[in-house]
Write a protein that binds this ligand. Structure first.
Ligand code: AMP
Length: 197
């Protein structure tokens, strides 16, 4: 979608994982949360998003942020200060069972970050990235108990954002159970409505 709509793809999960891999001060601060499947504190997360994304550019997809009502309010405030507005909030609607299966079967390229799934989207050659040929790895937060904790955190802390964005008339729902191509087409339609090309 980022390529299709000429937007920057800004993922807080990617930013945090990179920081951990680099051993930076941010990485040392967030590592324990990522490993436990817990959310990084709101204040730190929102500060990172403001400094690394919102202050840098105006056209982006925020992937994995906001994840709590407080973060939703923080984002509103950072945009308000810049007289900017959100176009759309997309909710990918998926049962816990399918989310569990997808998250535990995930494989990620160590070089280019491409995502695979052992069952639903396997690479052509086991353990090797189709795009760049580098090795695939299991994300450290794909272990079953960590995924269970992440789903619990989602229900408790992130799900209330659905009502938050509904109230603001910004929510679009995409059924995320179908195959990737179909979910991509539905997402594209939702984004086209918000940002006609
Ligand atoms: P993700 O790749 O989006 O699934 O994020 C991986 C992990 O990074 C999460 O389980 C959290 O520990 C942390 N994280 C990512 N985004 C956020 C956020 N918006 N708020 C708090 N923690 C986050």
């Amino acid at each position: 979608m980022a390529e299709r709509f000429h937007l920057e793809h800004a993922s807080t999960g990617d930013i945090f994982r990179r920081a951990v891999a680099e051993g930076s001060p941010l990485g040392r601060e967030v590592e324990e949360y990522l490993d436990a499947g817990k959310l990084v504190p709101d204040e730190l997360t929102s500060r990172v998003v403001e400094q690394m994304v919102v202050a840098q550019t105006t056209d982006y997809i925020l992937d994995g942020y906001p994840r709590t009502l407080q973060q939703g309010r923080d984002l509103e405030e950072m945009l308000r200060r810049r007289s900017q507005q959100l176009d759309v909030a997309v909710y990918f609607d998926l049962s816990d069972e399918l989310a569990f299966e997808r998250l535990t079967g995930r494989r990620v390229c160590t070089e280019c970050g491409a995502n695979y799934h052992v069952k639903f989207m396997p690479p052509e050659k086991d353990g090797v990235c189709d795009r760049c040929g580098a090795e695939l790895e299991v994300r450290s937060d794909s272990a079953e108990d960590v995924v269970r904790e992440r789903l619990k955190q989602f229900r408790e802390k992130t799900y209330p954002l659905v009502a938050f964005y509904e109230e603001r008339g910004l929510l679009e729902r995409v059924a995320a159970a179908p195959a990737p191509g179909e979910v991509a087409r539905a997402t594209e339609q939702v984004m086209l409505r918000a940002r006609p090309q």
